[in-house]
Design a protein around this ligand. Structure first.
Ligand SMILES: [Zn+2]
Length: 300
């Protein structure tokens, strides 16, 4: 077929227009337009100021059989609590505790793994107390791998038992000599543990101060010292919140309640606290979660 020149020109023009139209209407293959990011940055949301509050938290150490009776009482008053356990000592009985306490019949017997799997601590906060309850600084000194194993492996075991990974611990022994800068840095650098409770009480417990550092969290009082626990609880109930948060932290061991025959008084204090309508009752882990960005773990 032969074409005249104007006809060829017309055909070229027609092809050009068709291809241009295809590009514009989307009937042909087309590279998607890049999404244009807004040039202005989103404004940073201003956190709602949290009004100062009164917080009560509690913990019991060693994972011993008296914890079941404590839990029975706490459930009656809907009171949360933290339990620090040693997963390397399941079912172990410590007769020396009774001997040291001057009461040879005093029972210090840890729950077995099966009992814990059976749900002894269900609904409560379970945190680390190390595998075997050594003095981390006193027994292990510079043995970094032993410190990591005692803390990290206990945490791993607890996560397997409860389905919740621990974020905190209580130092076995809990005295100044049971921890050290090296112990704290080793824990922070090698495990997920971010708070650690001492067994040394605050010097001025009736000020109800928050911890200065998470890794040396000094409590208010020991529960076995029932008269102090009761009088501080009364002070806390009557305390007025001004411009800062208040924290009442009570800690202990279940066997102390047997040894001091103060189960009824313990329940009385728990009931009294639970009836206060201006106190937030939290586990150690819940308290940490609320204040984790406001309190440093340790010195820089
Ligand atoms: Zn202990």
């Amino acid at each position: 077929m032969k074409m005249k020149k104007p006809a060829i020109l017309f055909l070229i023009l027609a092809l050009l227009v068709t291809s241009l139209l295809a590009g514009c209407t989307g009937t042909g293959t087309k590279t998607p337009e890049p999404t244009i990011e807004p040039t202005e940055a989103e404004p940073t949301p201003v956190p709602t100021p949290r009004p100062p509050m009164k917080y009560f938290t509690m913990s019991f150490d060693d994972g011993i059989t008296q914890d079941a009776r404590i839990i029975e009482i706490l459930k009656k008053y809907n009171m949360p609590c933290t339990f620090n356990i040693n997963t390397g000592l399941f079912g172990v009985r410590w007769d020396w505790v009774g001997e040291v306490s001057g009461n040879p019949n005093l029972l210090h017997l840890r729950f077995t793994k099966e009992e814990i799997l059976g749900g002894v601590y269900d609904g409560f906060d379970v945190e680390v107390h190390t595998l075997n309850h050594p003095s981390l600084a006193g027994n292990y000194g510079n043995n970094i791998s032993a410190i990591i194993s005692e803390v990290g492996d206990d945490a791993k075991n607890i996560a397997e038992l409860t389905g919740i990974a621990p974020v905190g611990m209580a130092y076995p022994g809990g005295q100044e000599s049971d921890t050290s800068d090296l112990v704290i840095r080793t824990i922070l650098e090698n495990t997920d543990i971010r708070f650690a409770r001492m067994a040394v009480n605050q010097k001025k417990p009736s000020e109800f101060a928050l911890p200065e550092y998470w890794m040396k969290w000094y409590p208010s009082c020991q529960i076995g010292n029932i008269a102090t626990f009761k009088s501080l609880a009364k002070k806390f109930i009557n305390a007025e919140v001004t411009d800062h948060d208040l924290l009442f932290y009570a800690w202990g061991h279940g066997y102390e309640l047997d040894n001091n025959k103060c189960w009824e008084q313990f329940e009385e204090v728990i009931k009294m606290l639970s009836e206060a309508d201006d106190i937030m009752f939290v586990t150690n882990a819940e308290f940490y979660e609320i204040f984790k960005d406001e309190i440093p773990c340790w010195k820089d």
